[in-house]
Design a protein around this ligand. Structure first.
Ligand code: HEC
Ligand code: HEC
Ligand code: HEC
Ligand code: HEC
Ligand code: HEC
Ligand code: HEC
Ligand code: HEC
Ligand code: HEC
Ligand code: HEC
Ligand code: HEC
Length: 308
């Protein structure tokens, strides 16, 4: 009987928690944290919200006509009264009562200030590590990559037509690597930089979507995760010991060609000394991996030397 009461109590608690968490989900309304506009620009002192975009339209028709087709415009249209979204233009441009009486360009924001404005509503999962990210500290801001006044891309309000174009503008060296003979199908449009990176910041190195390089690779190359009966130490340690993720002129994104890759770690000695073991031409084709077929690890009882 006591047990049953406890179970009922726990179920009730669970029910309440679910209720609370779903009622908070009404998009940003309740979770949005409004900035202190006066702190951003003292010109906002004593200003109030106009809350009617038609007033803005009378002078800003051209801007508003472009804005009309963006995801924000559409999302804000149906927002609940009293939320930050329902202020529409002013949710990003601040309270404008004084501006409409005496309009000028003095209430403008820097790109960095706009990032604070955006984070009122977008402090969610994907941007959890924004404040410590290399982009933020390198002065790359939300509006560097996103265009919010005009829809310029099919998705995510990006400033260029595609993600690769956005990133390539600054990371030209990466773009060049993607043109090498072996590369991930990014320029073919089958993958994006964001398949491996979170441009908003990440807890690990290199702004990777997962904590480490290997975990990032395993999201697609699960067969390499193991565990294997016979592990090859450099594979467990870091895929980039042998692979260049952005592109390489060696097959399979390898950092070095064929046998040279293996002998960069394995000292000459034993059978490696014999020409017939490390030559690249037939019958041994690709050199070492022709016999050591399971360099990523083996589950075969006699696979200790990765030959099966
Ligand atoms: C999601 C945030 C956001 C919303 C909502 C928004 N703006 Fe903007 N607006 C910006 C940003 C950021 C800029 C700075 C220029 C840029 O990045 O395009 C800007 C620039 C402007 C400019 C300067 C000229 C221009 O077009 O670049 C005007 C005028 C303007 N906005 C008016 C409006 C009006 C009117 C509305 C509502 C109909 C509105 N904005 C809604 C973020 C917003
Ligand atoms: C009576 C005309 C008028 C009205 C109404 C008006 N503006 Fe403006 N706005 C201007 C003028 C003039 C400028 C200065 C243009 C420039 O600097 O090139 C301006 C500049 C801006 C800018 C760019 C500079 C800045 O301060 O950030 C934004 C954004 C803006 N207005 C938003 C709005 C919004 C939002 C509304 C509606 C609440 C609004 N305006 C209503 C005339 C108006
Ligand atoms: C008042 C809240 C609010 C502010 C401020 C705001 N956004 Fe948004 N944003 C939204 C909402 C709501 C959506 C639509 C979400 C949805 O459809 O799930 C959205 C969607 C987006 C999207 C995705 C668009 C798409 O088509 O998938 C991007 C990118 C974005 N916002 C960037 C920004 C940037 C950059 C700023 C600052 C210049 C900003 N937002 C300011 C509320 C806001
Ligand atoms: C270096 C470029 C870059 C910067 C800086 C950037 N973004 Fe993004 N953002 C992207 C790309 C690329 C995507 C689409 C892929 C993805 O979701 O990672 C995206 C997607 C989004 C989305 C829609 C998907 C989601 O995660 O909810 C929102 C909202 C968004 N960004 C908001 C912001 C805000 C707010 C800032 C500033 C704090 C910002 N972005 C800064 C490149 C950037
Ligand atoms: C406006 C220029 C600019 C744009 C656009 C840009 N970046 Fe960056 N990015 C930088 C700068 C600056 C750094 C700092 C390190 C450096 O100088 O390379 C950086 C660093 C990085 C790093 C390395 C992080 C680290 O921890 O070493 C990655 C990964 C990255 N960016 C990915 C992207 C992706 C993905 C996009 C597109 C969604 C993008 N960047 C768009 C300027 C940019
Ligand atoms: C298959 C996964 C993958 C893809 C796709 C990818 N990257 Fe990377 N990127 C990595 C890895 C792994 C690193 C190394 C991170 C580390 O050392 O911590 C890296 C590092 C970086 C760096 C840091 C400096 C450097 O060159 O090593 C930048 C900048 C970068 N990537 C930008 C991009 C851009 C831009 C794109 C899209 C054009 C892209 N990456 C696509 C996996 C990827
Ligand atoms: C988002 C999924 C995804 C992620 C993450 C990913 N890959 Fe790939 N990888 C692919 C796809 C798709 C191909 C192309 C397969 C094909 O062409 O048949 C590929 C191909 C490869 C190839 C063979 C290339 C060639 O020239 O045939 C190697 C090696 C590789 N990936 C290594 C890595 C490494 C190392 C990482 C981690 C840094 C990684 N991948 C992360 C999807 C991914
Ligand atoms: C010790 C060097 C080395 C390390 C470390 C390494 N690889 Fe490889 N990888 C190779 C070689 C060599 C080939 C070419 C194999 C062949 O030609 O049979 C290859 C081929 C591949 C391929 C394409 C062929 C296939 O087997 O699907 C993928 C995908 C791949 N590696 C992913 C990874 C991932 C993911 C990691 C990290 C977990 C990793 N590799 C770590 C040496 C390595
Ligand atoms: C980044 C360094 C590195 C690279 C590159 C590398 N290995 Fe290894 N390999 C190791 C380490 C470390 C071990 C485990 C230590 C040991 O037993 O010697 C190992 C173990 C082995 C073993 C088992 C050795 C034994 O005595 O049990 C074989 C076989 C082997 N590697 C083959 C290869 C082949 C083939 C390649 C090229 C595709 C290669 N390795 C590339 C570092 C490397
Ligand atoms: C013709 C097939 C063949 C080729 C080619 C070959 N190996 Fe081996 N290798 C073997 C066999 C079989 C063993 C296992 C010997 C044993 O079990 O005692 C072995 C063992 C090894 C070992 C374990 C230590 C040792 O010397 O016994 C290493 C390390 C190794 N090979 C590296 C390489 C490297 C690096 C290359 C390329 C330069 C290479 N192998 C090319 C067949 C080959």
């Amino acid at each position: 009987m006591k047990k049953m009461l406890i179970t009922v109590f726990i179920l009730l608690l669970l029910g309440i928690t679910v209720l609370i968490s779903t009622s908070n989900k009404s998009k940003f309304g309740t979770s949005a944290k409004e900035v202190n506009w006066v702190e951003l620009n003292s010109g906002f002192k004593e200003a109030t919200f106009v809350k009617d975009k038609n007033v803005c339209l009378s002078c800003h028709e051209e801007s508003a006509n472009k804005y009309k087709h963006t995801s924000h415009s559409r999302a804000f249209e149906f927002s609940k009264e009293g939320t930050l979204e329902s202020k529409d233009c002013e949710s990003c441009h601040g309270p404008r009562s004084k501006h409409i009486e005496d309009p000028d360009g003095s209430l403008t924001f820097t790109e960095e200030q706009y990032s604070k404005v955006c984070m009122q509503c977008h402090q969610d999962n994907s941007r959890m590590y924004w404040s410590g990210s290399i982009h933020k500290s390198s002065d790359v801001n939300c509006v560097t990559c996103h265009s919010v006044m005009e829809q310029k891309s099919d998705e995510f309000l990006l400033s260029k037509n595609s993600q690769t174009e956005v990133c390539s503008e600054c990371h030209t060296d990466v773009k060049a690597k993607m043109n090498k003979t072996s590369h991930h199908p990014v320029k073919e449009g089958l993958m994006d930089c964001s398949s491996c990176h979170n441009a908003h910041g990440a807890p690990g190195t290199g702004m990777l979507v997962k904590g480490t390089i290997n975990e990032t690779c395993y999201t697609c190359h699960q067969d390499k995760r193991g565990p294997f009966t016979w592990e090859h130490a450099p594979v467990r340690e870091d895929c980039s010991n042998c692979h260049e993720p952005h592109g390489s002129n060696n097959r399979n994104l390898l950092t070095t060609q064929n046998a040279s890759l293996c002998v960069s770690c394995h000292q000459y000695g034993g059978h490696i000394n014999q020409y017939r073991y490390n030559r690249v031409s037939t019958p041994y084709g690709n050199g070492c991996v022709n016999c050591h077929m399971t360099v990523h690890g083996s589950n075969h009882p006699s696979g200790a030397k990765f030959t099966r």
